[in-house]
Design a protein. Sequence first.
Length: 454
Amino acid sequence: MTDLVVFPSERPLTGSVPVPGDKSIAHRAILLSGLAEGQSRIEGGALGADNMSTLAALRAMGITTEEQNEMLLVEGKGLYGLRAPSAPIDCGNSGTTMRLLAGVLAAQRFATVLVGDESLTRRPMERVARPLRLRGARIEGKLDPKRVGEITAPLQIGPLPEPNVLGPLEYEMPVASAQVKSAILLSGLYADGPTYVREPLVSRDHTERLLLALGVPLSSVGAIIQLDGPSFSGKLPPFSITVPGDPSSASFLVVAAQLIPQSRVTVRRVGLNPTRTGLFEVLRDMGGSLVLEPKGEEMGEPIGDLHAGAADLRQGRLGGELVARTIDEVPILCALAARAHGTTLIEDAAELRVKESDRIAMMARVLRAFGVTCEERPDGLAVEGKPEGKLKAADIESGGDHRIAMASCVLGLLADGPTRVRDADNIATSFPRFVGTMRALGARIEVESSGGTP
């Protein structure tokens, strides 16, 4: 395993840098390119480990792909061109891979088993299995002994029973989840009737934007989405996309710039989808320094540059519908809260307890290790800011959670001595060049083996 040693910042963070392509968009683009008819081209930087899991799954089902520098070519074989894999498909640490694949595999005439690493195997999967079963799919998992009625991976999916067609579906989701919504919509491409999905809150809509760009008859009004299966041609055209930069990855650089005096950082060509920019709204409410410069669109996704600088922060609040648009950024929001005047409240975020780790409990431990007072609550945190003076240097166990590790690195820049962030390999899940990017901006971070050897 890899540890990161973060040294206190001695100078401002400055520079203009890119971030990896948005992995949520890349997952969907990769999967849809395999279902399209013909060669698609996907660009936008090196793929992280999660995206590679989706790509490996396609390859396991007979889809030919070619990587050229940071461009991916995919030879799609159509909605019914996938073939049965010779072994269980390993989704690694990627819940998105497992849940989106479930929507596609539910319609196939062959059986598939989806497996994952230890972390993924603990994540709830009944939320995606139930709506797929309601439209005729066969999907089973391992009963979770700690949660009544819940299943986890391995998931056994298919084959689709006679007459080999999924039925129409009208489904009201109990929890807002872009992954579950996407699985339902992808299964709707194979259905002989319409698909209606209603969310309690609007979650990220990357799947809807891509499907619309590819000519799928889809419409939405607020939190209600309709896919008109009977009027769909049954064919997806090949496409080219340059994946926008990941706003979740950009958030770590934007927040670091707020916290280090005199910093000025630009992050180039970032996705500005309004379902993903909740952190930026919270940051502005806290008095942060951030300017969004629009730069057009890419297959329906707005993009732009982010200009961030140091700021004197006040307390903030995250709750209600804003949580769905900020769910992945809560760990780095905690870093903002740690340096704000007053107490920042994070509420309605119980979903964080079933991410790659229990992020509420993990961030409470991280903050306390840095000497920041916080109260852990069932659905969030209350963080008492410490805007003056140095934080306490810490030794952090990240638990292999990439967002916990990166948030800890940002906090380490504010400490009174070197901070060690343990088990940081999983940063490659979403931001493979995180350390190099931070160094380019002026941070000092060293990479060591867990035994202490550089």
